[in-house]
Design a protein around this ligand. Structure first.
Ligand SMILES: [Zn+2]
Ligand SMILES: [Zn+2]
Length: 247
């Protein structure tokens, strides 16, 4: 289910769509008297899937853990910026009214990511039948504790089939989209990284698979992919490789 198989999933669903279109074309060809050559069959793509236990592979699990912790850290540094109005406590807001003053755009983002985090936590608690008292409010403490809570249960929650979170991470103006936990954490990571100007980019690390310096960052996957042998390399692993080579 992880982002490591995104390309394979896209290629496979394109093939399934092409096969249906082919079946329709054959029907039309038969109805027209089956003259000449039948429509050509779409070629089946050659796919390499990365197996995981039971739904996510180890790299995606690590990616999700790192992204969740980073989301909390980035949200905290965003919230600490001057001009950002603090998230409200449950006392500062009268039911049914907008908070007084208006939150800046960055404060809004922190508010949104914390709200989605709490929704994910509630959903996981419900699916795992855990008696979890989700704290009120969307303060930094509540956010950090919820991230710790989720990271603590990451192995079990990534094994939940069909777990998604409704998210406005891509576009707050439009209707929220459903994302799986790994994609959700990654999407927030890259959005917050953009806001604090902390985007990972180039690395001069050698690929541990083939030894070439061809690693390229994949923002929606959360790791580097080797341009030569397409090996997936995590950020920490790439950093370690650079340090090792320098040492
Ligand atoms: Zn994976
Ligand atoms: Zn390589």
């Amino acid at each position: 289910m992880g982002p490591c198989n995104r390309h394979a999933r896209a290629a496979w669903s394109a093939f399934l769509a092409a096969r249906e279109a082919h079946a329709d074309a054959v029907d039309r060809w038969v109805a027209d008297g089956a003259r000449g050559e039948p429509p050509p069959e779409p070629p089946m793509p050659v796919l390499q899937w990365r197996p995981g236990e039971p739904l996510h592979c180890g790299l995606c699990r690590e990616t999700c853990r790192r992204a969740l912790l980073l989301v909390d850290e980035l949200a905290a540094s965003l919230a600490a910026r001057p001009g950002v109005v603090k998230a409200q406590t449950r006392w500062s807001r009268v039911k049914g009214t907008r908070p007084h003053g208006s939150m800046s755009g960055e404060g809004d983002v922190v508010h949104t990511v914390t709200g989605e985090l709490l929704r994910l936590r509630r959903e996981v608690a419900r699916r795992l039948k855990l008696a979890d008292q989700v704290p009120a409010g969307r303060s930094g403490v509540v956010r950090s504790r919820s991230v710790t809570w989720l990271v603590d249960k990451l192995d079990v929650l990534l094994a939940l089939d069909g777990l998604t979170v409704l998210s406005s991470v891509e576009d707050e103006e439009r209707a929220p989209v459903e994302l799986g936990p790994v994609d959700w954490a990654l999407a927030w990571e890259s959005r917050l990284r953009r806001l604090v100007d902390d985007e990972p980019g180039q690395t001069h690390a050698r690929c541990p698979g083939c030894g070439l310096r061809e690693l390229e960052w994949q923002p929606r996957a959360g790791y580097y992919v080797c341009g030569n042998c397409s090996r997936h390399v995590g950020e920490a692993e790439a950093m370690e490789a650079v340090t090792q080579e320098a040492g």
